[in-house]
Write a protein that binds this ligand. Sequence first.
Ligand code: ATP
Ligand code: MG
Length: 395
Amino acid sequence: MTADISAADWFRKRTTQTVLAALNAALPDGARFVGGCVRNTLLGEPVSDIDIATQLEPDETIEALTKASIRAIPTGIEHGTITGVCEHEPFEITSLRRDVETDGRRAVVAFTRDWEEDAQRRDFRMNALYADANGKVHDPTGGGLSDIADKKIVFIGEAEQRLREDHLRNLRFFRFTAWYADKLNAEGLAACAALKDGLDQIAAERIWKEWHRLLEAPSPYKVIAAMQETGVLNVILPETETLDRLNGLAGIEAKLEGPLSGMQRLLTLLPQDEDLMAGLAGRLRMSGVERDRLVDFARAREQFSLDMKDKDAKATLYRLGDITSRDVIVWLWAGDPDADWMRLFNLASDWERPEFPVRGADLIRQGYTPGPQLGEKLREIENAWIENGFSMDGL
Ligand code: ATP
Ligand code: MG
């Protein structure tokens, strides 16, 4: 099988060509594109970031970039990664490596000039495709191109051994399956099930990063069901009691115009419980924004109901904000997928939040003195304004 990616926009782009030329000037055919950019081009999927593998060692990479006036940032120099920045665009350039030692979490690596060795330490065959300066794709494992054609995620080498080297690959298997495969590879699935507890060794932020990307896949529902069946889900998200809501969501999503977010999908795996959400966000080391989103959702109990009038729904929307409102509506809908929540969902999506027109300064001008009672008075007027359909008329 042969393949060529020379027609891809990102490949032809001036910045891409400049960086590759700078590296190849130091060592002809010493640098090739690898990973997501090659895989996604062949799959017809969008390319987000560009990884380059090179036979140059990190200090040689820095030298080659600097010579061509490309900024070189040693972002992960201990494992061989330099970020080259060309016209504000970053390129991750990593020296070819082989694993010397693995402990399930991090590897000690040695640099090599052997493409084959570099391929062997990568995770899946479709992630070990290399494109040279002509756009010709090299497939050192011999299975990457056929996996692309068959839409299959297959470990390089023996799956259980590859998981023991780095247990994060367990989640990566599910993530790439959710994004790019038609079905679950039985051998990989069995290995992930057998070694699921190894995920406990992985740093929480790495887990969350992979898990979040999995949740953002176009339709992650079958994969999440498989994660539950194998017990993998229970290791990373023991708070989940049932997939009922998530399964409800799958049907709802088909009726909507755009996809739901990873956070909305995550919520349907969880009960609406504030302490549980705060604990979960801390455990997975989520960002403050992500944590607040989960907690705000959990605090907003029972604020929407199917029979509520638009006027009341708008008041709730105003108080909760549109993100939390949509989270609550989607969660309720997922538990009741045959009911018609579309009206409230659309209302929450299209509604523009009116701005409360009164300021503290307005009250001071009318003779109120600054202090806590001023804030109270403001809230009182705001509530009246909300009740009055967001209007000051007659108040
Ligand atoms: P995307 O960037 O679209 O998520 P990607 O395949 O580029 O996909 P990265 O996480 O950027 O994913 O990793 C780049 C490449 O590095 C992968 O394609 C794979 O070859 C290799 N790789 C990354 N993480 C691992 C790992 N844990 N074990 C083995 N190889 C890995
Ligand atoms: Mg990448």
